[in-house]
Write a protein that binds this ligand. Structure first.
Ligand SMILES: NC(=O)c1ccc[n+]([C@@H]2O[C@H](COP(=O)([O-])OP(=O)(O)OC[C@H]3O[C@@H](n4cnc5c(N)ncnc54)[C@H](O)[C@@H]3O)[C@@H](O)[C@H]2O)c1
Length: 372
């Protein structure tokens, strides 16, 4: 059912990404959505955010905010270990949720969120902003429609740098609060984008994840080889140890290769497509990606617009908890493969498997498990 009124939105967590991406996106869309409240137990953060984004309804606790404001949509931008509890609480109060990545820390937990979607009739949408930036949607459509034939090979390399003080923020680097490291926290975007572009039909993954230098529990590097049911193959590299920072994605299809070379946001000009012409020369296409739709520099904003459209028209939004589960299952399988030394098949991690209840069940014992 469609709704003619403007949806009311609240932001829960006014820290790094809440203040840098979600709140600017919301206030820039003031004709489409009304910012009604900001929640953060940190008084300074909520006061600063209230002043900067012109919001007077400031709360330390989400339940109090929901009782007084009844928002239609709640953005959850807190540390990862709070995502499930806050999202389900918001959904039970009747709101749609737009939750930061990773949506949660295990398949068991994401299944509870999927159940809550069914129970409440609301949606918990996972932030997957790379799917909404630059040429992502055009690349997805071209690959889905087989414009360049089948995708055969994929590459997703996330080589970022995080110095030791990055982990001064207490929730970072720990299994209990961050769940996992470079592959899930930093490389989430490239992994999610590649799996989506390749058609989502991954069949098995062989991975190695380890903590090579940083004094943290979660991994600072991983590598993986992926097989898709179509026969396609892919390689992944995820690290926070690279002095040359880049996010590099490539899809080699039958008649064209698309590349993305970026760091934090796949802007339109950072995509390219090449093909081999009749003379056997490699040519860079000048008409791809097309300049439409107009470039958005805040991809959270692009995804929020998709959610607002779904809310207004009553349709199912793109990246519900069930859709986000696919990426979470893949990441879990990569960690399980690293711990067991064997490829892990899609669908094999079910209730009873230790990896069903933890994204990386090898946890801080990974080294002993992986090296026996
Ligand atoms: N999509 C992206 O590009 C992107 C980038 C950075 C971070 N993230 C994700 O966003 C989330 C937050 O990361 P961050 O770097 O902004 O963290 P942060 O620590 O800077 O901010 C988190 C905020 O949540 C607040 N908070 C804690 N408990 C709360 C509660 N119960 N209710 C309301 N607020 C609460 C904290 O006080 C803090 O202000 C993480 O899941 C992270 O992985 C996503």
């Amino acid at each position: 059912m469609s709704s003619p009124r403007t949806p009311r939105i609240a932001v829960v967590g006014a820290g790094g990404i809440g203040a840098a991406a979600h709140l600017p996106a919301i206030v820039s869309l003031r004709d489409e959505v009304e910012l009604v409240a900001i929640v953060d137990p940190d008084e300074q953060r909520r006061t600063d955010a209230g002043a900067r984004f012109d919001c007077r309804n400031l709360y330390a606790d989400m339940a109090v905010m929901q009782a007084e404001q009844s928002p239609d949509i709640v953005v959850v931008a807190t540390p990862p270990h709070l995502h499930e509890t806050l999202s389900i609480q918001a959904m039970r109060a009747g709101a749609w949720v737009f939750c930061e990545k990773p949506l949660t820390g295990s398949l068991e937990s994401v299944d509870r969120i999927v159940d809550a979607e069914a129970e409440t009739g609301t949606w918990c949408i996972s932030v997957s902003q790379f799917r909404y930036a630059g040429g992502s949607q055009q690349a997805h459509e071209a690959l889905r429609s087989r414009r360049w034939g089948r995708p055969l090979i994929g590459v997703a390399h996330t080589a970022w740098y995080r110095g030791p003080d990055y982990w001064d923020i207490p929730w970072r680097g720990k299994f209990a609060t961050e769940f996992a490291g470079a592959t899930t926290t930093q490389a989430y975007h490239a992994v999610d984008l590649l799996l989506w572009l390749m058609g989502g039909d991954w069949q098995s993954v062989s991975g190695v994840a380890d903590t090579l230098t940083r004094p943290i529990e979660v991994e600072d590097a991983s590598a993986a080889v992926v097989r898709f049911s179509s026969g396609a193959i892919a390689t992944l590299l995820s690290t926070v140890l690279s002095s040359h920072q880049q996010t590099r994605l490539q899809v080699i299809a039958e008649t064209a290769t698309i590349d993305l070379d970026t760091l934090y946001l796949p802007l339109q000009e950072e995509w390219s497509m090449r093909y081999v012409d009749a003379a056997g020369e490699t040519v860079r296409a000048t008409d791809w990606p097309a300049p439409e739709p107009p470039l958005e520099v805040n991809a959270h904003r692009s995804q929020l617009r998709e959610i607002l459209d779904a809310w207004r028209t009553g349709r199912t939004p793109d990246v519900t908890a069930r859709e986000a589960r696919k990426t979470l299952e893949f990441l879990t399988a990569l960690y399980k493969s690293s711990a067991t030394g064997s490829p892990v098949l899609r669908g094999e991690i079910v209730a009873g498997d230790p990896f069903y209840t933890a994204l990386d069940a090898a946890g801080p014992t990974r080294k002993q498990v992986a090296h026996v």
